[in-house]
Write a protein that binds this ligand. Structure first.
Ligand SMILES: [Zn+2]
Length: 372
């Protein structure tokens, strides 16, 4: 039995932050020529090649793709760190590489990654294109799937800061889903395997982020890639990296992705996931949408139309500026019934805020302009 790994030993420090275009992976992937699957030549709408890599030679085939949504880079960071672990000789990595073959697409939507958008260059959400296959990126993933005929699929995403788990609400730092294979959300054999693997990951992660792991809604939609592959009978897992207190660069959830990937792949390699139950999966609480980035207290000090006990909820919009993501506050909702939790509270009655003066002024201006 192989224990936990230290993420810091494998973290690739040149890859960081939220903006992660394909070119930022090049210093690493330039050394991966021998891992490129040469038969698979996909390209984005803009003509950017979509590289596919193969690691290991075992008979358990795992297909993974990240950044299908271009602005969801956290899982790519954790995935790159995990691949760095696999490429670093150790007993743990060689055991996995003997038992498993990993086929990996680090960035499926390079145009979206470059533009920092969810969509591809044609403004299509690739994760709603798995009946039509109207886009080259989604069609290519299906080509890879058919070529590999995987035993497991890992579908890697980021979730917004709004997702919460439990009561009192905590940020959903990682969430998972074993997507449904049909409208009745039946427990098909492939879905049960996906659930057991999620139970493995939950067991690992809850030691590090207790009460911050959620389970996504399983409403069936076979335009989504996970539901589509599950319908085809291949155990498929949706990973969603989320927010951790104050960590807008998502370096904490990146580490959680690393640990989740290691524990799942290791469990596939050793088949230890077979000892887990679907009941443990259903024991993971479902995600809610209860967290907002900022709550502003005493808004009446700058806007007399807002009752003094109301909290003004603000969400950050992520804007790409000079190759960095900046977080621009925007009014979201008035919270009169304590419906929301907040990642941070700003009290307009207290001048000595730990926010920068310009940000504090910006927030005051937003509150002042709220129409009630
Ligand atoms: Zn996504």
């Amino acid at each position: 039995m192989i224990g936990h790994l230290s993420h810091l030993n494998y973290k690739i420090h040149s890859i960081k932050g939220r903006y992660l275009p394909l070119t930022d992976l090049k210093p690493i992937t330039d050394n991966w020529d021998s891992f490129v699957v040469k038969d698979l030549n996909g390209a984005s709408v803009n003509g950017t090649p979509i590289p596919v890599y193969r690691f290991g030679s075992g008979n358990k085939k795992i297909l993974m793709w990240s950044q299908m949504h271009g602005n969801e880079s956290t899982t790519t960071k954790g995935l790159m760190d995990f691949l760095n672990f696999l490429n670093t000789p150790s007993e743990a990595s060689s055991q996995i590489l003997q038992q498993c073959t990993l086929i990996v697409i680090p960035i499926l939507n390079p145009d979206g990654a470059f533009a920092y958008t969810r969509f591809n260059k044609n403004q299509v959400d690739l994760n709603r294109d798995f009946q039509d296959f109207s886009q080259p990126e989604s069609a290519f993933l299906k080509t890879v799937f058919d070529y590999i005929s995987p035993d497991f699929c890992f579908n890697l995403h980021d979730q917004r800061t709004i997702f919460s788990v439990g009561s009192p609400a905590k940020p959903a730092t990682m969430s998972f889903l074993a997507p449904s294979a049909d409208k009745n959300c039946s427990l098909t054999p492939s879905r049960e395997i996906a659930m057991k693997l999620i139970a493995v990951m939950n067991d690992t992660l809850r030691q590090m982020i207790p009460n911050q792991i959620g389970r996504f809604d399983d409403t069936f939609n076979n335009q989504c890639v996970g539901d589509y592959f599950q319908e085809l009978g291949v155990p498929t897992i949706l990973f969603e990296a989320g927010h951790y207190s104050e960590d807008y660069q998502r370096e904490v959830s990146r580490a959680m992705v690393f640990h989740a990937l290691f524990s799942a792949v290791n469990a596939i390699s050793s088949e230890s996931y077979l000892n887990y139950t679907t009941a443990s999966y259903f024991g993971i609480p479902e995600n809610q949408k209860e967290f907002l980035d900022l709550g502003v207290k005493h808004p009446h000090l700058v806007n007399k139309n807002i009752p003094h006990d109301t909290i003004v909820g603000i969400q950050y919009k992520e804007v790409l500026e000079s190759n960095k993501i900046i977080f621009v506050p925007e009014f979201y909702a008035l919270d009169q019934e304590n419906k929301f939790s907040f990642h941070k509270i700003v009290d307009l009655a207290i001048i000595n805020s730990d926010l920068q003066a310009t940000v504090f002024q910006n927030i005051k201006d937003i509150v002042a302009s709220v129409c009630v």
